[in-house]
Unconditional design. Structure first.
Length: 364
C-alpha cells in the first residue's frame, strides 16, 4: 500500500503546476486514505511540490507509523487546533498559493485557515483526487470483489432463513449481522428492506411491516470490506408472481441488461444511461424511473463516474459502476435490479453473481 500511495501522491503533485498552486490541502478523509494508506479519520494531508505531510493527533500515532511508513507526520498536541496544525506546516513550506478541496472544506474552516495564513491565497479546486479514484487499480478491484463476495454470502443466508413473520427491521438487522459474519466491517450503507408498496420508495427505511404482508420485498444492500464497498439490489418473491409484477420485473431486467451491454471503454455515461432508460420509456414507464442509472463505487459507496442523463464522462478500463434501473409505482410497489460492473479493456465484466431471473427470485 505504501508504494501505491507514494505513486498516487506523485500523480497529484504533477497536477499542482497545472493548477498554478504551490500545495494541495486534502481534507476529504477518503482522499487522505487513498493518498496515504491511513485508514483513520480526523487527519489532513498537505502535498507540496517536494514534500508530503500528514497532519493528525496523538490518538493515531502508532496507527500512522504502521500504515504510513516513511510519510512525514505532524502530530498536533492536545489543545492545538487542526487549523493551527495546518498553518504550521503550510507556513513552513513557504507556499503562497494553496489549493483546497471545495467539496469537503466547510466555510468555517476556510475562513479559519485564511485568518491563520494571511500571506497565503486559498484556491478552490474540485475533483483533483476524486477523478483519479474513478479508475481502480488491480488491488482495488480485488478488494471490491471481496466486498461483493461478502455481500453475496450474507444475502444467501438471509434468503435461506427468511421467515414470513419477520419485519423489515428484523431482516435488516439480520442482514447486517450476516455481513459482519462473513468478514465485512459492516454494511456499506443502511440496507433498504421494503415490502410491497413500500418498495416504491427508492430509499425506503426499514419499518415494522412484515414480510408476509405482500408478495415481494426489495432488498438493497452492500458490504463494507477492507475499505472498499459493494452495492446490490434484488427483489425477492415471497408470495405469488402476479401478472403486474411479472411485467414490471421483466421491463426492469431488460433495461438493466441493455445498460450493462452498453458499457465499454469510450462509451459515455449518458449513452449507457440512455440504453437502459429507453427500454423503460418504450414500455410506458418512463416517468416512473426518476434517478440515474448508476454510480461508481470504491472507498465511498457513491463516487464518480455517475451514469446519468447529460453526463458526458467517458468510461475507462478500471472504472467500477453500479447498474440499477428501477420502476416505482406508488400504491403498488417498485422493482430495482442492481449489479456492480467493471469496465474492462475490451468491454465489461459483471462482478456480481446473484441470480436475477424472476423465477430464481421466488423464496420457498
Amino acid at each position: 500500500m505504501a508504494a501505491q500511495s507514494t505513486a498516487r501522491r506523485q500523480r497529484v503533485r504533477k497536477q499542482l503546476k497545472k493548477l498554478g498552486v504551490d500545495a494541495l490541502l486534502v481534507t476529504n478523509f477518503a482522499n487522505v486514505t487513498y493518498l496515504s494508506g491511513f485508514t483513520g479519520d480526523d487527519s489532513y494531508l498537505l502535498l507540496t511540490r517536494d514534500r508530503d505531510v500528514l497532519i493528525s493527533d496523538p490518538r493515531y500515532t502508532t496507527q500512522l507509523e504502521e500504515e504510513c511508513p516513511g510519510l512525514e507526520l505532524e502530530i498536533r498536541q492536545p489543545g492545538t487546533s487542526m487549523t493551527a496544525g495546518v498553518a504550521k506546516v503550510a507556513g513552513s513550506t513557504g507556499g503562497t498559493k494553496i489549493a483546497v478541496e471545495a467539496d469537503s472544506m466547510t466555510l468555517a474552516l476556510s475562513e479559519a485557515l485564511a485568518a491563520a495564513l494571511p500571506k497565503a491565497e486559498l484556491v478552490s479546486t474540485r475533483g483533483v483526487v476524486e477523478e483519479m479514484r474513478e479508475v481502480k487499480d488491480a488491488d482495488e478491484i480485488v478488494l471490491i470483489r471481496e466486498a461483493i463476495h461478502q455481500a453475496e454470502r450474507a444475502f444467501g443466508v438471509l434468503r435461506a432463513t427468511l421467515r414470513p413473520e419477520q419485519t423489515e427491521r428484523e431482516v435488516c438487522t439480520e442482514l447486517e449481522y450476516q455481513l459482519r459474519r462473513f468478514g465485512a466491517t459492516g454494511a456499506s450503507f443502511p440496507p433498504i428492506i421494503a415490502v410491497g408498496a413500500r418498495a416504491a420508495l427508492p430509499h425506503a427505511r426499514p419499518t415494522d411491516q412484515k414480510i408476509n404482508e405482500s408478495d415481494f420485498v426489495l432488498v438493497d444492500w452492500g458490504a463494507n470490506g477492507k475499505l472498499y464497498k459493494s452495492d446490490l439490489t434484488r427483489v425477492l418473491v415471497t408470495g405469488k408472481i402476479s401478472p403486474k409484477l411479472e411485467r414490471v420485473y421483466g421491463v426492469v431486467l431488460k433495461s438493466q441488461l441493455a445498460g450493462i451491454a452498453a458499457i465499454r471503454p469510450g462509451a459515455t455515461c449518458h449513452e449507457v444511461d440512455a440504453a437502459a432508460r429507453d427500454v423503460i420509456a418504450k414500455a410506458g414507464f418512463g416517468s416512473k424511473f426518476g434517478h440515474g442509472l448508476g454510480h461508481g463505487i470504491g472507498l465511498d459507496i457513491h463516487e464518480g463516474p455517475r451514469l446519468g442523463r447529460n453526463n458526458q464522462t467517458v468510461l475507462k478500463p478500471g472504472m467500477v459502476v453500479t447498474v440499477e434501473p428501477g420502476i416505482y409505482l406508488p400504491g403498488w410497489g417498485g422493482v430495482r435490479i442492481e449489479d456492480d460492473v467493471l469496465v474492462t479493456k475490451t468491454g465489461h465484466e459483471v462482478l456480481t453473481s446473484v441470480a436475477k431471473e424472476l423465477p430464481d427470485m421466488v423464496v420457498g
